[in-house]
Design a protein around this ligand. Sequence first.
Ligand SMILES: Cc1ncc(C[n+]2csc(CCOP(=O)(O)OP(=O)(O)O)c2C)c(N)n1
Ligand SMILES: [Mg+2]
Length: 316
Amino acid sequence: MVDELDFYRKMLTIRLLETELQKLCLAGLAGDLHFNKGQEAISVGTCAALAPEDYIVTHHRTIAQTYSKGTELKPLVAEILGRKGGTNNGLAGEMHFNNPAARHLFSFQLVGTCVPVAAGVAWAVKNYLREPQIVGCFFGDGSTSNAQFHEGLNIASLKKLPLLLICENNGLAGNIRKATYLPTDSVTERASAYGIESCRIDGNDVLSVYKTVEEVSRKVREESHPYLIEMMTTRLCWHKQGQPDARSDEELQELAKLDPIPRLGRRLADRARERVEAEVNQEVQDVIRYGLSLKYPDESVIPQLQAYLETMAVKD
Ligand SMILES: Cc1ncc(C[n+]2csc(CCOP(=O)(O)OP(=O)(O)O)c2C)c(N)n1
Ligand SMILES: [Mg+2]
């Protein structure tokens, strides 16, 4: 259901959370994180349109997706800070994060790897579990120049897998610009080469993201085939915290005009918007304080890890 205030709350939560986490990175209290500033509409709109039982697989820029898919803030922040109480006991961190309870199955540091793995999950959902769920896979435009992207699309097309491919096209791979890695005008052309239907939308408009994913995911579910949505977006932050931006301040100021959060905020009544802003601000401050109060993991997490790995084993 379209709930503009809820979309605003979620996008703002991601923005303020990442702002606080960045301060911790710069103070040496958190690792080398990848943030989503400017790209929040993609994960919030997509995950709101997916069913809660649908699965997601993500790339390295993953905080927004996992929060949008339903991971609670406390275990999320604990994990990002490498503490006990994190979804993965503080051992996975941002880029190897997963939370099966929210159906976020994997995230990958290696660019492109998420695509064939998501195709494998979609194969298992369709042919092994025989469930009606679909798999959403989030990846960047840079990863479409990686061999694994092509392998994943090839098999997804041949096997007619229920795979929704979400390309977050920010026109950058790290600090490198599109002309260096993307020889086609669009990523949709790459999907066409594999006979995969696709469309291109404004990924900074959360309402358009939601509506498109709602329509397309129905097709993917009912007709069982892959579909690629190229979501055009703007990263308004550094690629990662150890690597300051190669773009000029002027360019970033120009791009900030496309920020999805004030864009949605202008549609809301002032009082409701201000109330949400105050609540989110408080919630983020509280959860950061909570995260910093937690202990780092020790060897006591090993039996828990072993028990977890056993639950992952395929039983016939
Ligand atoms: C296989 C592999 N090669 C190189 C890297 C280094 N690397 C990390 S992020 C990145 C850029 C990825 O660009 P894109 O997929 O567009 O995602 P974005 O960072 O723009 O969200 C690269 C090359 C990596 N992580 N994995
Ligand atoms: Mg990119």
